[in-house]
Design a protein around this ligand. Structure first.
Ligand code: ADP
Ligand code: MG
Length: 328
C-alpha cells in the first residue's frame, strides 16, 4: 500500500475523514482532487467570505486547540450570518509551525464541532509547514447561499430605522482580558473562545431588516460601516446597550460600556429595521438607537444620548479608538 507523506497523512487523518461524515448532496467531489466540484441550489446567489486567524494576533497561541479550531470557523461563518445566508461549504488553509498530533486532533474536533453546528462542509484546502518561528495561521473561506436578491447588505439602512443588536456586548473583550490575566470568569472566557455565529437570526431578518453587519471589531466600528455604506448617521442611546450580568460582575458600568462599544470579538448582529420590537417578534434583541439623516449630523456620524456628559464628551472628542483594547 502507498505510504502517505506527513502532509497527506495530516489532511487525511484530521480533515478528510471528518469531512466525509457530512452528508451534503451539493458536494459532487470534495477533498482529494485538484478542485472541489460543487452544485449550488438553483435560484440562489452564492455568498463568499474569507478570514485569516493568526496566532497571537487574532487569538492567543496557547489557547486550547479545540477552541482555536471552533473559533476560526465561527468567525468566518459569522459573515454568512450577517448576510442572512445559509452556510454550505468551506475551505481551510492552515500553516503549521510544528507537527503535534494531539494539537491537530483537538483542533480538528473543535473545527468539526463548529462545522456540524453550522451545517457547513469542508470541501478542500491547503496544508503547509512554516518555520518554527512563524506563527500558526489559519485561513477559512466560507460559502453560503441566499435566495436571489435577498442578501442583507450594509448599504440599505434607511432614515428612521431602529438600530438593534443581538444578545449582549462586551463579554468577549472582557473574556480576552480574563484569558490574558488568567482569571477564570467562565461565561466571559467562553464568549471570547467560542463565539456563536447568529445564523438563525440572520435568516429570520431577511425581508425584515434593511441592513445588517456582524460585530467583529466593536459596536461603534461596525455600525460605522453601515453608516458609511448607507450614507446616514445614527443616534445611540447609551443607556440601552445590553450588558450581561457576567460582564457587570467583572467590571464597573463605565468600563463595561466601553468594552461593549469598542471591545470587539462579540460576533453578534447589528441590524436596522423599520419594524418595532413587537412586530419583529425576535428573542434576545435590543433596540439601541435610530438611523438619522446625515445632513443633520455635524462632525461625527454617531450621536450619543443618555450617559454622563463627560463620558459622551470623551467618546465624541477622542473617538472610540481611544477605548480600543489592543488584541492579544
Ligand atoms: P494541489 O496540490 O492539487 O493543490 P494538495 O496536494 O494541496 O492539492 O491537496 C490535496 C487535496 O487535499 C486537495 O483536494 C485539497 O483541497 C485537500 N486539502 C489540503 N489541505 C487541506 C486542509 N487543511 N483541509 C481540507 N482539505 C485539504
Ligand atoms: Mg493539483
Amino acid at each position: 500500500m502507498l505510504k502517505r507523506s506527513p502532509e497527506f497523512q495530516i489532511i487525511h487523518e484530521f480533515f478528510e475523514i471528518q469531512a466525509a461524515t457530512f452528508n451534503n448532496d451539493s458536494v459532487i467531489v470534495g477533498i482529494g482532487d485538484d478542485c472541489a466540484v460543487l452544485c449550488p441550489t438553483p435560484q440562489t446567489q452564492q455568498v463568499i467570505s474569507v478570514d485569516t486567524s493568526i496566532a497571537d494576533r487574532h487569538f492567543p497561541a496557547d489557547a486550547p486547540a479545540f477552541d482555536i479550531g471552533y473559533r476560526a470557523l465561527n468567525v468566518a461563518v459569522s459573515d454568512l450570518a450577517a448576510m442572512g445566508a445559509t452556510p454550505t461549504w468551506f475551505t481551510l488553509a492552515i500553516s503549521l509551525n510544528h507537527h503535534d498530533r494531539d494539537w491537530l486532533k483537538n483542533f480538528s474536533k473543535g473545527l468539526f464541532t463548529a462545522a456540524a453546528n453550522a451545517d457547513i462542509t469542508l470541501i478542500g484546502g491547503d496544508t503547509t509547514k512554516v518555520p518554527v518561528s512563524a506563527p500558526l495561521s489559519i485561513t477559512v473561506q466560507v460559502h453560503g447561499e441566499v435566495c436571489s436578491g435577498t442578501a442583507l447588505l450594509r448599504s440599505q439602512a434607511q432614515v428612521g430605522d431602529t438600530i438593534y443588536v443581538s444578545n449582549t456586548l462586551g463579554d468577549a473583550a472582557a473574556g480576552l482580558a480574563c484569558y490574558k490575566n488568567k482569571l477564570s470568569h467562565e461565561p466571559l472566557l467562553t464568549a471570547y473562545l467560542r463565539p456563536e455565529p447568529q445564523i438563525v437570526l440572520g435568516q429570520k431578518l431577511m425581508g425584515k431588516a434593511h441592513s445588517c453587519v456582524d460585530i467583529s471589531d466593536g459596536l461603534l466600528a461596525d455600525l460605522g460601516h453601515i453608516l458609511e455604506r448607507s450614507h446616514v448617521s445614527a443616534e445611540i442611546d447609551l443607556s440601552k446597550i445590553p450588558l450581561s450580568k457576567a460582564l457587570l460582575s467583572y467590571t464597573d458600568k463605565t468600563r463595561a460600556l466601553k468594552l461593549a462599544l469598542s471591545g470587539g470579538d462579540d460576533y453578534q448582529l447589528l441590524f436596522t429595521s423599520a419594524l418595532d420590537n413587537a412586530t419583529l417578534s425576535l428573542d434576545n434583541i435590543t433596540a439601541i438607537g435610530t438611523i438619522v439623516d446625515s445632513s443633520t449630523a455635524e462632525h461625527t456620524a454617531i450621536h450619543f444620548i443618555n450617559a454622563a456628559d463627560d463620558f459622551i464628551e470623551t467618546l465624541t472628542t477622542a473617538g472610540f479608538d481611544h477605548f480600543h483594547e489592543p488584541s492579544v
